[in-house]
Design a protein around this ligand. Structure first.
Ligand SMILES: Cc1ncc(COP(=O)(O)O)c(C=O)c1O
Length: 399
């Protein structure tokens, strides 16, 4: 039906039509040749997806491979989802508008009223706030010590449906024993969801170490430039993957093809950027460790970091984010230090090109006395020497 009588390129050789201009522009007789291949995945924008005939429309199902409606993904979305699935060793990946959205999707896919969920104390803050929201839906969230290991068994109940893990945990950087926690959870029938954003799905094999669902903020390393938000939730088990797909479908969640194209662009340089910031961050962390102004460096690849041995056993590398605890106990020293930085900018998120720093004045981790002295650093793509000089002058400024 559509495309009938259409010329593939140039002017139509058909007789001029007598429809109005609007009709002729909407149903053109000429079209550029489709015999084209570039390096970038095209941005396929669509709400409406066309069918050849009514028989082709069929029935709308969440895990269908047929394109039916733009909300559920165009080829741009599917290309990105397939590449993330490949990088994680997942059966399939659901892409959603943010990392936080991927966390919410996981709750909706795996939990129901009456369930109990375990969430580590060091989890990404808004995940904890999601817990308070979910309490209204009859889902109880209980926090646990991320370093508890197999001791998690004591907190698992008959109705525990989900155990969250974040490795290493946001801000205070503890590395939990994922295999031990997963074993204890699985023994009681609970599923394990890993926020694998730090490892960008590649420095820690989430599924290989026992996770049932891996969540990532692609906003960080895959997008990589601080200008796109996107999240992914994936599963290796097809039945769990189908639950994620159903939740995304029912919630009407999609990811914009333009954003997918930007993340696909980011993917091309993602391994190089991750390696670069990993090397820079480790060098800077080691330099900071030797500074008298710094009491502790919380970097998973350094022995002082809680769970360092687990990191050595399970990870294949480290990323670009870590924290330091300043030695100064003077109130506001951490904020003055951050305010004195010039190249490091102040802002949330991480994994982008520019280095960032932030304090958390009310943080009670690693302890109530250390939390307010903690500074989180995201190392960007600047020359490491320049970042060291910036940190040096900031120490001078607050002396
Ligand atoms: C560990 C972790 N998970 C998830 C998120 C949420 O990602 P997004 O900003 O894309 O919502 C963040 C954001 O900072 C994060 O640090």
């Amino acid at each position: 039906m559509s495309g009938e009588g259409m010329s593939e390129e140039g002017m139509s050789d058909e007789a001029p039509r007598d429809e109005g201009l609007a009709t002729r522009l909407l149903h053109p007789l000429v079209r550029a040749s489709r015999a084209f291949e570039g390096l970038a995945t095209p941005v396929y924008r669509a709400s409406t997806v066309l069918f050849a005939d009514m028989a082709d429309v069929g029935e709308d199902r969440p895990s269908d491979s047929q394109y039916r409606y733009g909300l559920h993904g165009t080829p741009t979305y599917r290309e990105l989802a397939a590449r993330i699935a490949q990088s994680e060793g997942a059966h399939s990946v659901e892409l959603v508008p943010s990392g936080l959205n991927a966390i919410a999707l996981t709750y909706l896919a795996l939990c129901k009223a009456g369930d109990h969920v375990l969430l580590p104390r060091n989890a990404y803050g808004p995940n904890g706030r999601a817990g308070r929201f979910l309490a209204r839906l009859g889902i109880e969230i209980e926090s646990y010590d991320p370093l508890v290991g197999e001791g998690i068994a004591a907190q698992i109940r008959e109705n525990t449906s989900l155990v969250w893990i974040e490795s290493p945990g946001s801000i205070s950087m503890e590395v939990p024993d994922l295999p031990a926690i997963a074993r204890a959870a699985h023994a009681r029938g609970a599923l394990v969801a890993l926020d694998n954003t730090y490892a960008a799905g590649v420095l820690l094999d989430g599924f290989g170490h026992g996770a049932d669902v891996c969540v990532q903020a692609l906003t960080k390393y895959q997008a990589g430039h601080g200008d796109v938000l996107m999240g992914s939730a994936s599963a290796r088990d097809p039945a769990i993957a189908a639950r994620l797909a159903e939740a995304r479908h029912v919630m009407g969640l999609g990811a914009s093809p333009d954003d997918c194209a930007l993340v696909l662009r980011g993917l091309a340089t993602f391994p190089l950027r991750l390696k670069h910031v990993g090397t820079s961050a480790l060098r800077i962390a080691e330099w900071l460790k030797a500074r008298p102004e710094v009491a502790r460096v919380l970097h998973p690849a350094l022995p002082g970091c809680p769970g360092h041995d687990v990191w050595k056993r399970d990870f294949t590398g480290s990323a670009g984010i870590f924290s330091i605890v300043l030695a100064s106990e003077t109130s506001g020293a951490a904020s003055r230090f951050v305010d004195s930085l010039r190249l490091f900018k102040i802002g949330y998120s991480w994994g982008g090109t520019v280095s960032l720093a932030l304090t958390y004045p009310d943080l009670d981790r690693p302890s109530a006395s250390e939390g307010p002295r903690l500074v989180r650093l995201n190392i960007g793509l600047e020359d490491a020497e320049d970042l060291l000089a910036d940190l040096d002058q900031a120490f001078d400024a607050i002396r």
